[in-house]
Design a protein around this ligand. Sequence first.
Ligand SMILES: Cc1cc2nc3c(=O)[nH]c(=O)nc-3n(C[C@H](O)[C@H](O)[C@H](O)COP(=O)(O)OP(=O)(O)OC[C@H]3O[C@@H](n4cnc5c(N)ncnc54)[C@H](O)[C@@H]3O)c2cc1C
Length: 457
Amino acid sequence: MQSIETDIQILGGGPAGLATGFYAKKRGLDFVLFEAGSEVGGNCRTIRLGDFLFDTGAHRFHDKDPNVTREVKRLLGSELFHVDAPSSIFFEDRFFHFPLTLSDLVEKLDAKTLFKIGWDKLRVERGKPVDDFATFAINRYGKTLAKRFLLNYSEKLWGEPPQKLSVAVSGGRLKGLNLKNLIRSTLVGNAPAQSHLDGSFLYPKYGIGMIPDKLGEFIGYERIHNKSRVSRLVHKAGKIERVILNSGEIEICAHTVINTLPLPLTLKILDPPPPPELIAAASEIKYRHMVLSVFCLNQNSFSPNASLYFPSDAFPFTRLYEPKNRSRYMAPEGQTAIVLELPCSTEDAAWNMSDEALRLEVWDALCRVKPIRREDVIHFLTYRLPFAYPVLTVGFEENVSSLIDYLATFGNMHLTGRSALHRYLHLHDLLRSGQTLVEQIAGLRTPDTTAFHNRRG
Ligand SMILES: Cc1cc2nc3c(=O)[nH]c(=O)nc-3n(C[C@H](O)[C@H](O)[C@H](O)COP(=O)(O)OP(=O)(O)OC[C@H]3O[C@@H](n4cnc5c(N)ncnc54)[C@H](O)[C@@H]3O)c2cc1C
């Protein structure tokens, strides 16, 4: 057994693992972090392609938790900017404001559709709690708007019909957005829609990856072991005893384990294995993966938007973002890059296609948004992002809780992170969870299982 003797073992070097390491270091705790890849950051990294930078998916840092924002500002200093950039939805060859505004809809939709939207307003059902996203969206926006802008988009993003998706997939995105507010915002200003997540946000000078990079620097790279894949968790008498890395190459004595690995993976690598019914429950848990198609262009700009959304099936991608519209330092002067997001499962063609086939697949659709000259493409890259989103289907909480409750029986293992808890968490959530968890381990806080254990979503 290799002698990496520490009090705490952190598994996974994405934002959740790094956030826990960051607060553990601040508290003077003794820990080590194991990451399977050759770099930390997980699904929240910034990649260099020639002179261009792009993030692994369109990221923003949301100023939602004052303590967390203060820490991130301290870490990044003057390299964290406040950004105001609009977003749009591309539908039937037109760009609609996102969030939707009535004046924009009136300008761009025909009279018949507008009448239907008005008619929906009279029929919108209020107050009834619902489980599925389709009913939720129709109740909020009415059938006409929901069908055009939300339901197709959600099916493309999550790979499940919206009737099967839990309301939790909205992840706060639609907070303050409904048909009533849409009409009110047009008449008396857009105050009610302000709490949505698009539009105004914080962003680092050289990409979102600066946040995990700075967390890693603060932790100190001597505590971070890259290329260390956790392959088994050996347990006995309700305690994780050993962490086995790289298929047995290294064995570590486990004391307090912070686990950020995807939930089904944890169940799979437990040794001895969990009861069969839990293995069956774990196999029901799905994640959405994502392919990114990146085009670096010899043109100054593609659009003024932070993000462009594509609800229609005619486009294989759901979202396009232009890194330069988040920070001008992401592309050289006079040039820009665009990144297309294609959510998929690992069985889908997009995940398995060659880079060239994928480029051909997206090119025509991209040029329908706005023509690009072939000679203006400087670089093209395909980037695959595993475990991008936990798929939250109706009733997912019960299945997930059964697994999390079982794992909670290991007294020395704590779960945190998006895929570990199967929750739609953002960076600020993960930083806050890291802090809470460290305070709990340091004995400064009584265990608060609801912070880490997904009892009811
Ligand atoms: C497209 C997209 C857009 C997003 N936009 C935003 C946004 O605008 N704002 C925001 O706040 N958040 C955003 N997020 C969310 C944010 O990126 C994730 O919440 C975050 O990356 C999750 O961090 P994590 O540490 O829980 O998991 P991950 O980032 O998935 O990290 C898990 C880590 O564990 C490692 N690992 C896996 N298996 C093993 C193993 N066996 N042994 C050792 N290590 C292992 C992986 O290599 C990885 O580094 C977005 C995410 C995506 C995908």
